[in-house]
Every structure is written in structure tokens, then in C-alpha cells.
Design a protein around this ligand. Structure first.
Ligand code: AMP
Ligand code: ZN
Length: 477
């Protein structure tokens, strides 16, 4: 079956064919581990995971890399401002040393992996860390310098964009109408408006190696640390080769980070870096990109405090196409979670009946058509509901079909507990079903205190959970 994916490079949906038969190499720009990830950041990895699952259901073996930026990312997308990791060291009252930086990075990297796991995201083959690839960065900059693409000024080594005629071929981050008016972290709309370093030959030239006499690594040009973009050129080539198939990130990466990655890698090795460039749109809040500086620092934990599970948030994301912006509000995510609970309730009941069904071909084909059309998850979710309401099929076959869909949607439906069919669940009010599944989540996490509290809450509302050998039953008392 043909898969079409939107390629930012050609600005069209293209039929996807990997370089190597049956295998796909994919690089997802990873997080800067200077703080917890906010749910805007996590959209990038839910999107990458959905893409990976879509490729896998099409029988591709996916080699996936997510890098971990633990050095070199300045607070602006350009070359100004403080290094984000240094900022974290100050915030956490740690000494300005590489060891302390490593400690902070390891802590937030761990939190990131926990977030991915609670979102039922399949982990990549590798999470290479920028600080462990300094030699590879130095080799790249050395080659660029030898080939005449780099120059040195007082604060570092810079890429000379005038030597790379195709510079900027991905376009600007703000090209897309939907992102007009969305500011970057400096509050600037366009990278060219960022005050240029006075010694830079052109505002678009970017840092390859930043000098720092206090913190960093030795290099042929002076002590310091790599520029943010160089790590992705070095690590993607090391683990996936050049060119590789798919490169992803949020749309804010298009204008600067990805154009810079392309310039460095292609100038160095005279080969394209990646064939498909794919970008997810933002989660917005108050008409701006959700970000730390816009005051919207919502994490999976803050959602949990509002009784929203990570999978409830994931369901909400899937209701929008990855190339559409989505506006955050607690009500919208709660609404999506309620839909998820109804879906889980149906799955539980189907499981309680019989689980020896087989997937319904007509539904599965339609599902694959939606997914293979540039990951149309909103249509795929609409199909889930069409199937649940369809009375022509047996519960066993519906269950088998939903479990196939879930190979891409990744909502963890295979783990939904079985509910005894005699439990009159049709009549179970939403809030009781929500409490029942929240109790299941607490039990999975072995949080017995929370699961007991939820059981009591359910009982005070006139229902009782009867645990059985396989699954459980909810009855009205
Ligand atoms: P960073 O840690 O800043 O490099 O960001 C990690 C990923 O999150 C990148 O792919 C960003 O493009 C993406 N990202 C950041 N903010 C948002 C947002 N509000 N909505 C969607 N993606 C975002
Ligand atoms: Zn990158």
C-alpha cells in the first residue's frame, strides 16, 4: 500500500519510499534536557511515535534516533543569549562544571524517558547525547573550515552562509499562515531580526563552535562548546548515515535549526542530509506557541493533578492532524479524556465477551487509507467511533479491529482490563467509568493508597468494584 507523507522540502505530499527496501532511518530532533518537558514539546514525540507506528504497520523496520541536547542550545534559536544548560545550573544552585551539567542533564533525561513511557511511546534504538559526541562535532567543523565554509571571529567559529547557495531551502518557520504571529523565545518574529553579532559577516551565519574559557572542551580553535546545530548533523550521520530517510521536529525548527543542519551536512559531504523533512505544528495557548516564556509550562504531571492521564492527553493530540495547530485548554483535554474512557469501556466490555475475533477487512482498509494519507489521525479516530456504533459486527471482531488500529494509535487498548459483561456498563455514568480506569492506572503503578481512595470514592457514589481472577466487575449497589 502506498504511504503519502508531507515533505516540508517540496511543500507537497509525496509517496514515501525508503532508501533501503523494508527499512526506514528516522531522526527526531530531541529535547534540551535543562528542565521537564512541557506538553508542547511532547507533541513532537507523540507525532514521531505515530509516524514510526504507521511505518511499522506497513511492514517497515524503523531505525529511530532521538538525540538528547545536553550542551550548546542557547536560549534563542540564533546565537545569542545564555546556554540553556548553564541557566539550569544557576537555577539549581550547582557549580558551573561539566560534571554538574551532566548531573542536571541526566535527571531531566530520565524524566523525559518516563514521560515517553507513560505516553505509551516506543523508545528509539538510541538516545545519543550531544556531550558524548564532541569529537564528531570537531571533525565536522574541521572539514567545513578546510573546505572554506567556516570562519573564526572573537567568540567562536561560524558557518559562512554566502558560500552555500542553497541556504534556507526548507523555508522559514513563519512561512506557514497558521504560524504567522507566533513569536520565538526572544519575542522576535523572524530570525533575521535578531541583532547580529557585529563581527558576523551575515546575520544568517551561525555558530559552529562557541568559545568559553570557563566551561567546555578543548578544540583546535580554542576551548568551548559546540553550536547547537552541529550535534544533529554529527549524530544523525553517525547513527543513520547520510542521506537518511526522515528527519522530524516542531515547525519552529524549520527556519533556523533545520536549514542550518542542511547547510553544514551538505556543505561537508556533498550529499543531501535527509530525504523527507516532517514537522509538527504547535500546541498554542493565548495565540502563542506553548513555551516556558509564554507562561504556559504545563507538564504531564500538572495534567495528572487535574485528573488527566497521559493517554487522555495523547487522545486529545490525535484528534488534531499533526500539521494543524491545536489550542490547549483543560476543558478540551478533559473532553478528549471522556471520549477515551468511553472507548476503553467499550473495549473492556468486548473483552469480557469473547476475544477470539478477527479484524474486519473493510474497516482495517479504511483505517490504513487514513493513516497512509499523511497520518490522518482525526479521521482514524472518527472511524473508531463508527465501528463501535456499527451493530452489524460481533464484539469479538470489533475488538480485534480496534486492537489493530491501536498498533498505530498507541492508546494501550491491549492493556485495558476486561470487565464482566454482566456489569451493566452501558449505564455506567462517565464519571464512574473515569474513576474505574483511574483506579486501574493507580494499580498498574502500584499506588495502592490512591487505588484504595478511588475505590472508596466509587463506593460513595453508589457503585462497587468486584475484583475477579481475570479483570473485574462494576455493579450498582
Ligand atoms: P526543545 O527542547 O526546545 O528543542 O524542543 C523539543 C521539541 O518540541 C522540538 O521538536 C520543538 O519544535 C517542539 N516544540 C516546542 N514547543 C512546542 C509547542 N508548543 N508545540 C509543539 N511542539 C513544540
Ligand atoms: Zn536537531
Amino acid at each position: 500500500m502506498e504511504i503519502k507523507l508531507y515533505n516540508t522540502l517540496s511543500k507537497t505530499k509525496e509517496v514515501f519510499k525508503p532508501l533501503k527496501d523494508g527499512e526506514v532511518s528516522m531522526y527526531n530532533c530531541g529535547p534540551t534536557v535543562y528542565d521537564f518537558a512541557h506538553i508542547g514539546n511532547l507533541r513532537a514525540y507523540v507525532f514521531a511515535d505515530t509516524l514510526r507506528r504507521a511505518l511499522e504497520i506497513n511492514d517497515f523496520r524503523v531505525h529511530q534516533i532521538i538525540n538528547i541536547t545536553d550542551v550548546g542550545h542557547l536560549v534563542s534559536e540564533g546565537d545569542d543569549g545564555e546556554d540553556k544548560m548553564t541557566k539550569a545550573l544557576k537555577r539549581e544552585n550547582k557549580p558551573l562544571t561539566l560534571e554538574a551539567m551532566n548531573e542536571v542533564a541526566t535527571k531531566y533525561f530520565g524524566a523525559f524517558v518516563n514521560d515517553l513511557e507513560s505516553l505509551n511511546i516506543e523508545l528509539p534504538e538510541k538516545f545519543p547525547r550531544a556531550s558524548e559526541h564532541i569529537q564528531e562535532d570537531i571533525e565536522l567543523v574541521t572539514l567545513l573550515y578546510k573546505k572554506g565554509f567556516a570562519y573564526k571571529i572573537s567568540d567562536g567559529m561560524y558557518f559562512d552562509t554566502s558560500k552555500f547557495p542553497n541556504y534556507g531551502k526548507l523555508g522559514k518557520s513563519t512561512d506557514d499562515k497558521s504560524t504567522n504571529g507566533i513569536m520565538n523565545e526572544l519575542g522576535s518574529k523572524d530570525i533575521s531580526r535578531i541583532a547580529p553579532n557585529s563581527e558576523k559577516m551575515d546575520a544568517k551565519d551561525f555558530c559552529l563552535w562557541k568559545f568559553d574559557t570557563k566551561l567546555g572542551w578543548d578544540s583546535p580553535w580554542g576551548k568551548g562548546f559546540p553550536g547547537w546545530h552541529i550535534e544533529c548533523s554529527a549524530m544523525s550521520r553517525k547513527y543513520l548515515g547520510q542521506p537518511f530517510d526522515i528527519h522530524t521536529g516542531g515547525i519552529d525548527h524549520i527556519g533556523v535549526h533545520h536549514n542550518n543542519e542542511i547547510a553544514q551536512s551538505e556543505a561537508c559531504y556533498d550529499q543531501p542530509l535527509a530525504r523527507f523533512w516532517m514537522h509538527n505544528e504547535f500546541i498554542t495557548m493565548n495565540n502563542r506557541k506553548m513555551s516556558k516564556s509564554s507562561g504556559g509550562f504545563i507538564t504531564l504531571n500538572s495534567l495528572k493533578n487535574e485528573s488527566i492521564s497521559p493517554i487522555g492527553y495523547k487522545y486529545w493530540l490525535l484528534t488534531a492532524h499533526y500539521r494543524s495547530p491545536i489550542t490547549f485548554s483543560m476543558e478540551a483535554v478533559l473532553g478528549a479524556q471522556n471520549a477515551l474512557i468511553r472507548l476503553m469501556t467499550s473495549v473492556s466490555q468486548y473483552k469480557g465477551q469473547n476475544d477470539n475475533g478477527s479484524a474486519i477487512t473493510s474497516y482495517f482498509e479504511r483505517f490504513m487509507n487514513f493513516i497512509n494519507d499523511d497520518l490522518d489521525t482525526p479521521q482514524a479516530l472518527a472511524l473508531v467511533w463508527e465501528l463501535i456504533k456499527d451493530t452489524k459486527h460481533t464484539d469479538a471482531n470489533k475488538l480485534a479491529t480496534l486492537l489493530q488500529f491501536d498498533r498505530v494509535l498507541g492508546l494501550g487498548l491491549a492493556e485495558v482490563p476486561k470487565i464482566d459483561p454482566g456489569a451493566e456498563l452501558e449505564a455506567l455514568p462517565d464519571e464512574i467509568a473515569a474513576l474505574v480506569f483511574a483506579r486501574e492506572d493507580a494499580r498498574k503503578e502500584k499506588d495502592w493508597k490512591k487505588s484504595d481512595a478511588l475505590r472508596i470514592e466509587i463506593e460513595t457514589r453508589g457503585y462497587k468494584i468486584l475484583d475477579e481472577a481475570k479483570g473485574f466487575k462494576v455493579v450498582k449497589t
